[in-house]
Design a protein around this ligand. Structure first.
Ligand code: SF4
Length: 409
């Protein structure tokens, strides 16, 4: 039985906290807060009211834990913005599409998408603890007709058995850690039994949105199937330092203890984390939580995403800003997953200035100091024509300001 909320925002939040704090993840999900209940926990803006009514994408729902991290009065709170749709989410732009990556077109059997030769994406389930407003799978996440039956799953495993070139399976959805322990165990045991499948990557936001889901039982299941045959990785998605809590750290530590390596796939989101300082603070916190940076995603061209999108140059600017201020373990690769199923490409700041062939000299700009530095190509190289070539004038100018190197011949 769910609680009735009728008091002030503060008292409703207190009731929600008392109902769920200390409870397990199932209690959290039983008390999830859905669209028409958000008004009891937030002072909604007109734009948010319109967004809740007219969203053209996935349902609206959040775990109590994640809701209680948010600000009830500040519409710019980074957590609140990922929970509550605003007016912009109801507007479809011409360049947007519900499946920009062609995940449905590239489906080889129901629930299994093959974009790369050796890797597949298994859509294990359609439920999540929070339906993130920036979710690139808003076309299917939260919709019950996307539920995968046991027979569907068996067909997926059959496909993997018949395609030994596939050695890497990403399990996503939905959030795979929203499935029951027994279903997770069933999937992992099947994967572990297929000799050609070596890597399993779990894509989950639960360390961020429902950290109590990482129970000792779940850890022992992960530990059990992390074997000589199968290596299990977990990629999660923290987008803002406010999400780094003692609870999330405990969840990560449990995953690490079960031998699962944890990486972060942040999404670049306008007004939430689209500046170098925010992203740096987030990634410093993540390293403290023993999470390595993996990707920083340019948001997909999904319906109603205009409120989250940033210029492409922002991501390059941010990773450029971070270089030299945090170890490489904390700097994500900025990636664009190409619309039309082209796969991911990385975009990075250009520290390389060019090559001068007759002196075999490469010139670089230091990310740390902004100074010009040179290095030299080996004598026997057959790559010389592949580099960006410098004119004589450019060479003279760069050589004149390049940082000296001791003991040059
Ligand atoms: S948890 Fe992941 S799959 Fe679920 S709504 Fe959020 S981004 Fe989408």
């Amino acid at each position: 039985m769910k609680a009735e909320y009728s008091g002030s925002i503060e008292s409703n939040r207190k009731v929600l906290h008392e109902l769920t704090a200390g409870g397990d993840w199932k209690v959290q999900l039983q008390n999830s807060i859905r669209s028409d209940e958000l008004k009891y926990f937030f002072e909604l803006t007109e734009s948010e009211r319109i967004g809740i009514q007219n969203s053209i994408r996935l349902n609206v729902s959040t775990s109590p834990y994640y809701l209680l991290l948010s600000d009830p009065y500040d519409p710019d709170c980074p957590i609140r913005r990922t929970i509550i749709p605003n007016e912009e989410e109801s507007i479809l732009s011409p360049e947007e599409s519900s499946d920009p990556l062609f995940e449905e077109k590239l489906m080889v059997t129901r629930g299994l998408t093959k974009m790369y030769d050796n890797r597949v994406l298994l859509f294990s389930n359609q439920t999540c603890s929070v339906y993130c407003r920036h979710c690139m799978r808003g076309r299917k996440v939260s919709f019950s007709n996307e539920h995968l039956t046991k027979k569907d799953l068996e067909n997926c495993f059959e496909y993997l058995r018949n395609h030994p070139e596939i050695d890497d399976v990403v399990i996503s959805g939905g959030d795979p850690l929203n499935m029951s322990d027994s279903r997770i165990e069933f999937i992992l045991s099947e994967l572990e039994s297929i000799p050609s499948v070596k890597i399993c990557r779990l894509g989950t936001r639960n360390p961020v949105t429902l950290p109590m889901r990482i129970t000792d039982t779940l850890s022992s299941i992960l530990d059990k199937y992390n074997t000589d045959n199968l290596s299990i990785f977990c990629n999660t998605q923290f987008n803002h330092e406010k999400e780094c809590t003692p609870e999330s750290k405990q969840a990560i530590l449990k995953l690490l203890k079960s031998g699962v390596s944890v990486g972060n796939q942040a999404v670049l989101l306008r007004g939430i984390n689209d500046d170098g300082e925010s992203m740096l603070r987030l990634h410093k916190k993540l390293l403290e939580q023993r999470i390595r940076a993996y990707y920083l995603y340019d948001p997909e061209l999904i319906p109603g995403s205009r409120g989250f999108r940033t210029p492409l140059g922002k991501g390059i600017e941010i990773v450029s800003f971070m270089r030299g201020k945090i170890s490489g373990m904390g700097i994500p690769s900025f990636v664009n997953d190409l619309p039309g199923g082209g796969g991911k490409v990385t975009l990075s700041p250009d520290w390389y200035l060019g090559y001068h062939k007759s002196t075999r000299t490469h010139f670089f700009k230091s990310a740390l100091r902004g100074t010009i530095h040179k290095s030299f190509e080996p004598l026997s190289s057959n790559y010389e024509d592949t580099y960006r070539q410098l004119s004589e004038e450019e060479y003279i100018e760069l050589a004149g300001i390049a940082h000296p190197i001791e003991n040059l011949p």
